[in-house]
Design a protein around this ligand. Sequence first.
Ligand SMILES: [Zn+2]
Length: 171
Amino acid sequence: MEIACCVLDRWELRVKLRSILFIFAASDSNLIIGGIAIGGLVLYAFWGLIEWVRRSPVQPDPWDAEIERQLSEPEAIEICPHCLTEQSSTAWFCEKCGRAVGPYNNLMPYVMVFSQGEVFRAGVTDKLRASPLTIVGYLFYSSCNYFVFAPIYWFFLFKNLMRIKTERVEQ
Ligand SMILES: [Zn+2]
């Protein structure tokens, strides 16, 4: 029985291979040349994109060489970028404000959950830099994570955005 199945599989494979070869051989040669030309254009465009990225100017650091040297010293103190509290080199989250301060937080599957939570929390509690891209990002990311419960998050997100907008108007 197994031998029969094996023979049948080989026969099916042979038939499929023949049909593929037949289609390829029976195709119009102009279509094949056109396909090769389009493939070449796509490769050329991709190569051009890579060259464009490589040749783009490097953004200069906002600080001078002295500060760069001080930052790379082993005695340099790490701080939280949000509240400027001193951090140990092994910390993952700031003890004061809870922000992610570890270098690999977003790469570790378990710790990443807390980083995502921090981003979502910032969307509904903090002052956001509300740009159309940010809002679309929050809507998309929250719908991927919360599925049917996403509208609840959107309610608090837009409530926060309205609060930020009224604060700006008052200022
Ligand atoms: Zn902090």
